[in-house]
Design a protein around this ligand. Structure first.
Ligand SMILES: Nc1ncnc2c1ncn2[C@@H]1O[C@H](COP(=O)(O)OP(=O)(O)OP(=O)(O)O)[C@@H](O)[C@H]1O
Ligand SMILES: [Mg+2]
Length: 231
């Protein structure tokens, strides 16, 4: 299997008035093409921080993130920005949609930041296809703030997938959505991704985690266990 992502000795320390906190503590991880992984663990154990580090959203205190054979420590800021947009699709905990903009504008956004833009016709076709998959085509022209929480999350999924990323990062929403709705959305994300796309998904749901190939359990910034899920 092709190795797509590798992290070595990764650490992230936050310093505050209360002292130092190791949010990610010496983590090693290798991900193959197409592999689907869940991250579970209690609130505050470092799941979101780990996703931010491997998605190049945050810089580690020390250690290495290697994506498609390229070491992030050796990438320029613009190369990282390009990687973020072309390799990763990220569904964040609060969706981070652009309010005041329509569903279509939100989903088109990652397409605007491609190194080489697609033709308008092709962009439209992609947006239409992905909206079909998440069953939101009738909402093409609706402002995102007029959608329900579950619908907004589907827009977030469509936006994360429209560039056909190799690695999909998903951080299960907590709080705003009830657990049933967020489970449904994670199911939809799994159904929408293809078998060549790798997924790293933070979830609290045993059932969702059982649909994935591999399960990581985090505790206090460390990966406590890492095992393959039974078929
Ligand atoms: N920017 C920051 N500055 C200081 N401390 C931070 C920062 N971001 C996260 N932390 C701390 O790092 C630890 C890990 O946070 P993180 O958000 O990764 O947890 P999590 O596992 O995603 O939790 P949850 O399940 O509640 O989303 C927490 O103790 C948190 O308070
Ligand atoms: Mg989190």
């Amino acid at each position: 299997m092709t190795k797509i992502l590798e992290i070595r000795n990764l650490n992230k320390t936050f310093t505050s008035q209360y002292g130092e906190l190791r949010a990610v503590d010496n983590v090693d991880l290798t991900l193959s093409e197409g592999e689907k992984v869940s991250i579970m663990g209690p609130s505050g154990c470092g799941k979101t921080t780990l996703l931010n580090l491997l998605g190049l959203v945050m810089k580690p205190t020390s250690g290495e993130v290697i994506i498609l054979g390229r070491n992030a420590n050796q990438m320029s800021d613009s190369e990282k920005a390009h990687m973020r947009n072309s390799v990763f699709g990220y569904v964040v905990q609060n969706f981070a949609l652009l309010y005041g903009e329509t569903v279509e504008e939100n989903i088109r956004m990652p397409l605007l930041y491609r190194k080489k833009r697609l033709q308008k016709k092709e962009e439209d076709a992609r947006i239409r296809a992905i909206l079909n998959k998440v069953e939101l085509n009738i909402k093409w022209n609706e402002k995102v703030e007029h959608l329900s929480g579950g619908q907004q999350q589907r827009v977030a999924i469509a936006r994360a997938l429209v560039n056909e990323p190799k690695i999909i990062l998903a951080d299960e929403p907590t709080g705003a959505l009830d657990s049933k709705t967020s489970e449904n959305v994670l199911d939809l994300l799994l159904d929408t991704a293809n078998r060549h796309q790798s997924i790293i998904m933070v979830t609290h749901s045993e059932r969702v985690a059982n649909r994935l190939d591999r399960r990581l359990l985090m505790l206090d910034g460390r990966i406590e266990s890492d095992y393959k899920t039974a078929e």
